[in-house]
Write a protein of this length. Structure first.
Length: 287
């Protein structure tokens, strides 16, 4: 799933390609992906793109009083096309959710791999009309995201595991399953640690780890086209998705805890005092 660094890089890349161009038309292939009906997607035709920005993991294309907002969800992606085929899109079962065609016949496809179709598009007058954006917590890269703010967030989260607090979009915007693993590995914290149990020193380390992890990922992604971003994300991650590989810090094996629809990765030596975390699913299977 694209998280803050990838969506930021997509926004930066698309800004250079879209701003100043008018939208010729928006074609929808997966009607369930479009979550709004007023204004209709056809209202975007003829409007000039003025901005491309990010809110949490949402991509926001601003056009002359309207916004096309996209949440790529787990399997969604943007595919740039220098030349859009003239044949209109046919609604169907493929990965193509929608296509935005510009005045010079370039444009981009919104695609979604996998069977769970969660990619969501919204045509709105104000991005805050999108419920997921209205709910977003503070952006971890904004100047307002101070050490004091993180201290308050963790205190308010109570016994919630720190991994869950980092991933909760209404608490902190933009960090998902992958970058929460990365941040916690950098901060040498157990993902299961209750949020309100961190010492002042641990909160300071976590605060710095959030900034450095996201900044590093963004600078690695900077200047990469959408087509190259996925591979870059994979190679740049230290623990997430690297079960069984050696920890780049201490050499211990990277372990995993599995859940129904996802998994987390961590290093026991770096993060949990050498003790592997309980994997409820595994222990249930072993009974
Ligand atoms: Zn380690």
């Amino acid at each position: 799933m694209p998280e803050l660094p990838e969506v930021q890089a997509l926004a930066d890349d698309l800004r250079g390609r879209l701003v100043g161009h008018a939208v010729a038309r928006v074609e929808i292939a997966a009607f369930s992906a479009l979550k709004t009906f007023d204004p209709p997607a056809t209202a975007l035709s003829g409007l000039f793109v003025e901005s491309v920005s990010r809110h949490g993991k949402f991509l926001d294309v601003g056009l002359d009083g309207l916004h096309l907002v996209v949440h790529l969800a787990r399997g969604g992606w943007v595919r740039w096309r220098d030349e859009i085929p003239p044949k209109p899109l046919r609604p169907g079962k493929g990965p193509l959710a929608a296509r935005v065609v510009l005045d010079d016949d370039s444009g981009f496809d919104l695609t979604e791999a996998g069977t769970q179709k969660r990619l969501a598009m919204y045509v709105v007058r104000d991005p805050a009309e999108v419920p997921g954006i209205a709910r977003l917590g503070p952006d971890p890269l904004s100047e307002d995201f101070t050490l004091q703010l993180l201290t308050d967030i963790l205190a308010a989260a109570g016994r919630t595991q720190v991994k869950g607090t980092l991933r909760d979009q209404s608490v902190i915007a933009g960090i998902g399953n992958a970058y929460s693993d990365e941040v916690l590995h950098v901060a040498k914290l157990s993902p299961y640690k209750p949020s309100n149990s961190l010492t002042a020193e641990e909160v300071a380390v976590l605060h710095a780890a959030i900034a450095s992890t996201l900044d590093d990922a963004i600078s690695r992604s900077h200047g990469l086209a959408a087509s190259e971003l996925k591979a870059e994300k994979k190679t740049g991650l230290r623990v997430h998705g690297r079960t069984g590989e050696p920890c780049p810090v201490c050499g211990d094996v990277i372990r995993e805890v599995s859940f129904a629809d996802r998994s987390l990765q961590y290093c026991a030596t770096c993060q949990t005092g050498g003790k592997p975390l309980a994997d409820r699913r595994m222990s249930r299977l072993l009974k």
